[in-house]
Write a protein of this length. Structure first.
Length: 322
């Protein structure tokens, strides 16, 4: 049995990965989260539940490393943005202790989590909207309004706003590390991408987010669209992806898919991609373990809707507060 520790068990991505791996007969899944009420903890047996500090906490990395050593974890799969660079920085130490990290390289993470670096890395490989750092000379003029202002770093749509005029843009000056970006008017898509350890893109699954609640897609549909697949594949190659990422694209005024951002982790809507025939958590695990994976995996067109689901358990099985 391969022992796999999944962090971020309280998030939709963590739950998706845990459920995927539980369907395999050769994997023992351990689940970790900072919150004892995280739902994914209770999808695994009681002796496989772990509490860890918050991903930003000073002691987070040492706690996870110690957990991996104590539990003889073969593969660690983090699913939370803030955890990824910190764990990638100790990849070699984890490997020396017997745990393989299933996550992008630190270089790929640094590129994807810095939206300005991401725009620079992808320019020339695909359509990238004009992106400038607020407060620099090159950001002062030449915009066609409205434009988008967003944090240079950060996940989801937090801090993203539409700015309607040059006067309004001039008034945005009291915050650090903000980007100004060309507004793309077309349809938005998410493309889940799996690239193997050589950088070869095995699968790219486009989907439309038909309904979003609190940043999580609760209704969607996978699509067959060669243009979206080609664009997401180009993004993966430009950033050196060797694992799973979620590439967000939007069509410009001419209908050409253009880059929005890259989430270098499993997305919350991964269950739809898995159900459509591309089990990315399982494929990634096999690749990390050095097992052969297909050169290409095709997906089906499929729609989904999401709903709340309860997990019932005896009170004495709830993990105690730290």
């Amino acid at each position: 049995m391969t022992r796999v520790l999944v962090t971020g068990a309280g998030g939709p991505a963590g739950v998706a990965v845990i459920r995927s791996l539980l369907r395999r007969g050769d994997v023992e899944v351990l689940a970790a989260d900072m919150d004892r009420w995280a739902s994914g903890l209770y999808l695994v047996p009681a002796d496989a539940r772990r509490l860890v500090p918050a991903g930003r906490a000073d002691e987070f990395v040492d706690t996870v490393r110690r957990t991996c050593a104590d539990d003889r974890v073969d593969v660690l799969i983090p699913t939370v943005d803030v955890e990824l660079p910190r764990l990638a920085a100790v990849r070699d130490e984890l490997a020396a202790a017997g745990t393989s990290l299933a996550a992008p390289s630190l270089r790929t993470l640094d590129t994807c989590l810095d939206k300005l670096a991401l725009a620079h890395a992808c320019t020339g490989a695909l359509r990238v909207p004009r992106t400038e750092l607020l407060g620099t000379p090159q950001a002062l003029s030449g915009w066609q309004f409205p434009v988008i202002v967003k944090p240079r770093r950060g996940a989801g749509s937090r801090g993203v706003r539409t700015v309607a005029s040059e006067r309004e843009l001039d008034a945005v000056h009291d915050e650090d590390d903000l980007l100004v970006q060309e507004l793309l008017p077309g349809q938005e898509y998410s493309v889940d991408v799996f690239a193997d350890s050589t950088g070869h893109v095995v699968a790219a699954v486009p989907r439309a987010r038909l309904r979003v609640d609190s940043g999580v897609a609760v209704a969607g549909v996978t699509l067959h669209d060669d243009e979206l697949v080609a664009t997401a594949t180009a993004v993966a190659r430009a950033v050196g992806l060797t694992s799973v990422a979620n590439v967000q694209l939007k069509r410009d005024a001419d209908g050409v898919p253009a880059l929005l951002e890259v989430n270098p982790r499993f997305p919350g809507a991964m269950p739809l991609t898995i159900a459509a025939g591309v089990d990315m958590p399982s494929l990634l695990l096999d690749d990390v373990l050095g097992r052969p994976v297909p050169r290409h995996v095709e997906h089906a067109e499929l729609a989904n809707v999401r709903y709340l689901e309860d997990v019932f358990l005896p009170v004495d099985e709830v993990l105690p507060a730290p």
